[in-house]
Design a protein around this ligand. Sequence first.
Ligand code: FEO
Length: 394
Amino acid sequence: MKPIEIAKGIYDVGVNDWNIRDFHGYSTNQGTSYNAFLIIDEKIVLIDTVKKEFFNDLMENISQIVDPKRIDYVISNHTEMDHSGSLPLVMHRIGEEKPVYCSKMGYKNLSRHFQKKLNYHAVETGGELSLGKRTLTFLETRMLHWPDSMFTYLKEDKILFSSDAFGQHYAGYEKFDDQIGDSIMPHAKKYFANILLLYTKKILKLVEQVTELGLEFNMICPDHGIIWRKDPGKIISAYVEWSKQEPEKKAVVVFDTMWHSTEVMAKKIADGIAEEGVEVRPMHLRNCHRSDVMTEVMDARAVIVGSPTINNQLYPTVSDFLTYMKGLKPQNKIGAAFGSYGWSGESVKLINKELEEMKFDIIDSGIRIQYVPDKDDKDACFVLGRKIGKAIKE
Ligand code: FEO
């Protein structure tokens, strides 16, 4: 991918990672990009780097604009290695004496990632760096989503370099919201559901802080996916809405199955929910990736979980999903459990315990069915579905 001039003298010199399909356990079905930004002023600055494997591509992109050795400063908005992995190589290329600006936590965290001591300069919220005609301002955004995360704002151009925030895992030749349209929103939503959901209170506070500071944005440039230039307000509004965690009238029935009995139960429960006119998505955990299920869970009112009992335990994919969901701390959910069993049948009890720990409102003690559901069992599942549907509509 060639560098793109996103505004006069400002370039995206990042790279597309077209074929990555597993980003530390998140399914990236359309790859991702590692965006990095070069600003040419009296001083030349590089904002963020890329994954180590893409160092040569980054250098090639920068070289099409300027000799990399002419870079005066590097800004590291975030330590995670998809953005800092190339940092030691970049500094080796441009001169290790040159300053690397990062947050205080960035200083600590970069020092823990790279043994080579670089010329780190820790900055705080409100700190400024003059580039000549232009000025960068820093805004620490702790725990959005790492302790070191920060934003960098280019005052004169009103451009926010937002690190992971407002990003999407998407690789394409489209680079702006106006080139791709609304089809980017599901990617932004999935990114939020799987990376930021547990920090929604902090996000609402940050939006308040930004509003109080009176910051305006002509452009928001995240480190993944497309740049918001036509309507930066759209993604900010979406973040505010998602952060409220006000669920829609919708249910997700998430399950796995050994010999189809739990699957039959899932379908009957889903049928019952649909009978009440409520949107419902049955999702089989060996066909649906946990990160896709989580995207549906984010705005669902009910999460109904089914598992067979195997060796007195939950089915491993169900345990995996419950652990994943627990970490993301979804709010305002109702839940229920179901599952078939042969002789011991602990799964429903185990699921209920997990859902209680997640502060779900358990609306039914759940249904256990031995071996294969008969007509009465199927009817009981349908009735449970209707009960769930009614509760969602309340
Ligand atoms: Fe894209 Fe938190 O790294």
